[in-house]
Design a protein. Structure first.
Length: 372
């Protein structure tokens, strides 16, 4: 990747310590293969499952994809990397024993991290402190969007339609399990038990009877000590809208897409998202009356604005049998492989995957530094 001196230097940061590490690596490989090499120079920065930052050459990064049913991950034996401040921003350096070498300043960061310690405002705070422009939501929106309890509280306070839920903190579960179960008993089955700060549907259980409840809570607690229990919606259509947030004008919202599960009792779990074997169909655009599609797009836009998101988000909605729309979740760093819903919805609108990557980078470069 030489011979392009005017290219914008992009630090792709991926991997991480969350259970979504392989998904992040899959996303990074997809972006590296599709990014416009005439315009952008990629600097690959992987974070291992133990939290070590390492340099990943671009030719290695572009090979990150599903192979024989296995998802990629960051190798631990790569050269150690450090993010260091320099005049006008930051640079990636390679650490060799007690020396720093190969210092590469960059213009913009694209953190393709899913889950805790990456999507939750932590790395966004680091970028803010270093004066680095970056793709996506800021610290507060990222943190609130990651925590399903805080997210639903914020949405409800903004007047957005959200379904009933109960949140259980580690202290409440340890000291008042009976009280927690009493609060949950006010919800109607089926229930969905989720890690509060997880993603990619990891650790989620559908609960149809009370005897399944405590095992489901413990399974979620294995990934996050804070748990959310949602009252399930039945007979609804699962609709998603992709949003691009331009700082100079109203957010742009794609036409809705729909997740159609083939099994009546199935839900959109990790395997259905990333290792599909005829489990799910993604309809882009969704087969909706134009007026209903506009209603859903407006709700997605209002959600994006109310949650003070920047750059991009996927808004997940339910459409019930009476035609009422509900907000299920907001995802500030949605799945971003070429076959993920977010890029697919924009491709339907005429914005190719490569163009979408460029659009996000240009939006980030236009965003002012500091408080906004």
């Amino acid at each position: 990747m030489t011979g392009h001196p005017q290219r914008t230097r992009v630090a792709l940061v991926f991997g991480g310590v969350s259970p979504e590490h392989p998904v992040s690596c899959l996303t990074a490989g997809s972006v590296a293969r599709a990014i416009d090499a005439e315009r952008y120079q990629v600097i690959g920065v992987g974070i291992t499952t133990d939290g070590a930052w390492v340099r990943i050459p671009t030719d290695e990064l572009i090979g990150f994809e599903v192979k024989d049913g296995h998802l990629p991950q960051v190798a631990e034996d790569r050269p150690a990397a450090l993010l260091v401040p320099v005049d006008g921003g930051a640079a990636i350096a390679t650490r060799v024993e007690d020396r720093l070498t190969d210092l590469e300043p960059f213009d913009v960061a694209f953190a393709l991290l899913h889950g805790p310690y990456g999507e939750d405002g932590t790395i966004q705070g680091l970028f803010e402190m270093l004066g680095v422009r970056y793709v996506g939501a800021g610290v507060a929106a990222s943190a609130i969007g990651m925590d399903k309890d805080l997210m639903k509280r914020s949405m409800a306070a903004a007047g957005l339609p959200v379904g009933p839920w109960v949140a259980i903190t580690p202290s409440e579960w340890t000291h008042d399990q009976a009280g927690c179960l009493a609060r949950i008993a006010e919800l109607s089955y089926p229930l969905f038990v989720k890690p509060a700060r997880g993603g990619s549907s990891l650790g989620i259980s559908q609960v149809d009877a009370i005897e399944q409840l405590i095992p489901a809570i413990e399974a979620a607690r294995a990934l996050d000590p804070k748990v959310v229990i949602e009252q399930g919606f039945t007979g609804v259509r699962e609709i998603e809208c992709a949003v691009l947030g331009d700082p100079d004008r109203q957010p742009k919202v794609s036409q809705p897409g729909e997740i159609v599960m083939h099994g009546a009792s199935a839900f959109y779990d990790f395997d259905a998202k990333y290792l599909p074997e005829d489990q799910v169909r993604l309809d882009v655009p969704a087969k909706l009356d134009p007026a209903v599609a506009d209603q859903l797009r407006d709700l997605a836009r209002r959600t994006f604005v109310a949650m003070d998101v920047e750059g991009l988000a996927r808004v997940d909605l339910f459409l019930d049998a009476d035609g009422k729309a509900w907000v299920n979740e907001l995802n500030t760093m949605p799945g971003f492989t070429r076959t993920s819903m977010f890029p697919m919805m924009w491709a339907e609108a005429g914005l190719s995957y490569s163009e979408l990557i460029g659009t996000l980078l240009e939006l980030a470069l236009r965003r002012p530094l500091g408080l906004r």
